[in-house]
Design a binder for this molecule. Structure first.
Ligand SMILES: [Zn+2]
Length: 263
């Protein structure tokens, strides 16, 4: 199956297909076609009243004002205006005045709304009435102290009470642990890089050659092996079976060497 034959099967009306085929993918074409066909169907229901509404909107009346006059909601008025505009665009395309492109169509709609806004005078546009604010979206007052003066933090608690709750404490601890892990990873990477620097290596060599450091390390070693914990660890090490076998072999070799020395 070629693409053209597929297209012909999908869109039997050649003229429509020709009009829509430029610069649009198959899915886009289908979308636009379906919209236009729907609007043809709507136009059978469209009356002169709908077109009057469209003209009123272009002359500069707001959606609300039109709705109040005709006893319609604002949203319904918007739907009617959009459908009439789409119908007009589709009619123009049918006559061959222009090729429908989705981009062009949307830009045209934008332009239309802009012109309507310009035609509107400042007196006609009604200012929005602000509703009285609730304390929060879902709560009327704090769950603990029942204030409405202190602003809402979260979970229905005010800013003063929220840090006392278990929810906040759990979150805080989790974040603390996360930060410690991050910090340790960062420190590891930094130390690896630090000890590979040539300047640092030279500095270390000089440091370990000093007589003060050598004396200090000697003292440290002597004190280290006197610690009770270290002594226990060493005992445990020599009681291991693999270590015992190693030591046995070594002792045998030493014993043989000694004998040879004597005899
Ligand atoms: Zn509170």
């Amino acid at each position: 199956m070629n693409q053209e034959t597929q297209k012909k099967k999908r869109f039997p009306n050649d003229k429509q297909h020709y009009l829509l085929s430029r610069g649009l993918s198959l899915k886009r074409e289908e979308l636009v076609l379906s919209k236009i066909n729907k609007n043809y169907y709507i136009y059978r229901k469209l009356t002169s009243r709908h077109i009057k509404i469209f003209k009123q909107y272009l002359s500069g009346e707001t959606l609300e004002k039109i709705g109040r006059k005709r006893r319609l909601t604002r949203e319904r008025v918007r739907q009617i205006i959009n459908s009439v505009a789409l119908y007009k665009a589709s009619e123009a395309a049918k006559e061959g005045r222009f090729v429908i492109d989705l981009k062009e169509y949307l830009q045209g709609m934008k332009r239309m709304h802009k012109l309507a806004k310009k035609a509107r005078t400042k007196e006609e546009s009604t200012p929005r009435v602000n509703k009285p604010k609730r304390w929060s979206r879902y709560y009327d007052y704090c769950r603990i102290c029942r204030t409405t003066i202190i602003p809402h933090a979260s979970h229905g608690y005010c800013k003063k009470c929220y840090p006392k709750t278990n929810i906040f404490k759990e979150l805080q601890e989790a974040s603390r642990l996360r930060n410690i892990e991050k910090r340790r990873e960062y420190e590891k990477e930094y130390s690896k890089k630090y000890h590979r620097r040539p300047e640092v290596i030279e500095r270390k060599k000089e440091y370990y050659k000093r007589p003060e450091t050598i004396a200090r390390l000697k003292k440290y070693r002597q004190e280290y092996y006197k610690r009770p914990k270290v002594k226990e660890r060493i005992k445990k090490y020599y009681q291991r079976p693999d270590v015992k076998e190693k030591n046995k072999e070594r002792n045998r070799e030493r014993y043989i060497k000694k004998k040879r020395g004597i005899y």
